[in-house]
Design a protein around this ligand. Sequence first.
Ligand code: GAP
Length: 534
Amino acid sequence: MRKSVREGKKVTSKHVAYLGSNKEEADKKYAEIIKNQKKGNLSMINEENKSVNNLLVQKKISIEELSKFCKEKGFVFRSSDIYGGYAGFWDYGPLGIEMFNNIKQEWWNFFIHKREDVVGLDASIISHPRTWKASGHIENFNDVAVVCKKCKTATKIDKSEVGKVNCKCGGEYEIKGEFSLMFKTKVGALDASDAYLRGETAQGMFMDFKLIQQTSRMQLPFGIAQIGKCFRNEIAPREFLFRSREFNIAEFEFFINPEEKKCELLGNEQMNVKVNLLDAETQVAGKDTLKSTTIGNMLKEKRLEEWHAYWLAEQIKWYNSMGLYEIKIREHRKDELSHYSSATFDIDYEFPFGSVELGGNANRGQYDLKQHSKESGENMEIFDEKYKTKVIPRVIEPTFGMERAFLALLTKAYSDDGRGNIVLNLPPKISPVKAAVFPLVKREDFEKIAGDIVKDLKKEFNIAYDKSGSIGRRYARNDEIGTPFCITIDDDSLKKKDVTIRDRNSRVQKRVKIKELKEILRALINSEKTFEEI
Ligand code: GAP
């Protein structure tokens, strides 16, 4: 796809997106983009793909293909594979854990390090059993197990869906009963007592709220954040990492004085955030039409209050910062709100195989702090300097399912290079390996320079050294796992002390001085410079 661009007196035609290797493929892809835009204004040509030299085109992938790809390339394996696997449990392989850690680090930077008002926590996975009585999880954290009368598939539905939904095949569900999602365990050898693995990380933040406020000298409004493993005894764990029994949630509780209705942080940057909204009334009417709106409009329509609007916008901005734009916000109907929430929004992502919830944003009010105060007898009030009163704060909770963010990034990145090869078009900051270094051929002098470069770059980045196979094979191997840059040492490197650096998406190569390499790589990885600019 090309676009006419005026540069001074000259009009040139610029490449804006690669749509396929022939006209038929390009027409098909173009029709698909238009259809998607009409459907929900979900643009498939996003900020990233506007790059002039991007030769890649996103390739559709099914969940089964994704799982196979992840196994073959060392991203994710079935847990206990030698025993045939264990339903609902997965292992991150060497590339998967690098990528997953990068996502977690991006989240931590965005919501904690770049801010003054949010601090981190790593609470224990098992806490006092009364935690879960107070939080309402023992009583309410249940799913309804159902089996389709027609295709016999066993699955779970939400309590609010009983009698309202059918199986995908059209068959009616037979109710098999309600099951707790909480994982029970025993603590202690003698007189062991029942305990639970946490079903969400949130309770750690509520229980430590006063300790953190005192030790970190935080003033309202402030937040406590953590990323960690959660456990849910899912009735039907399936669809790869999408629904597992052990997974990671990143979430934070943002504490606000209940009197504080105005959010000083809410500005145009948040109000203008674009939203594809599926509102509650549309769902009640049995429809799924999306509205193209903004956070500002949602606020005007009183779908949420100012602080809730601010955090929903920041949450969308984080997904966008990772290149994820195909986002839809679903407002919860009153009859499906969690036991702790007065307003909730799901953040769904348009995967090639359908829409899936990535995260949520709930207005938890004072529910949790009041419940813990009642159950523990501890006064959960703190002194608010601004209002000069003691208060139990209210809470806004943005939640992120980290496995689903990982899967969204992988499916978004899964691309064809126009020659039938798979290239993982991951943002460089998310790629498991930041650069691969190759001696052009096996020669001691080339290998010496390559070794020195690897040693130096490894001080800062995850770097691969690859000297086996043809250069083309080495590029292909790295393209497939998303390595954004390949550095080659050749004859000229000996004479001129420079190397070639190759950009994954455009396959363009440039020569750069070895002494400038680290700085250039840093700028490219942190998106401070584009490849065209170096
Ligand atoms: N503290 C709020 C909370 O836990 P949730 O909607 O129950 O909210 C948060 O879970 C996110 O965790 C979901 O939006 C989803 O992305 C992810 N998630 C939930 N159950 C999951 C499962 N069984 N496997 C993988 N991810 C899951």
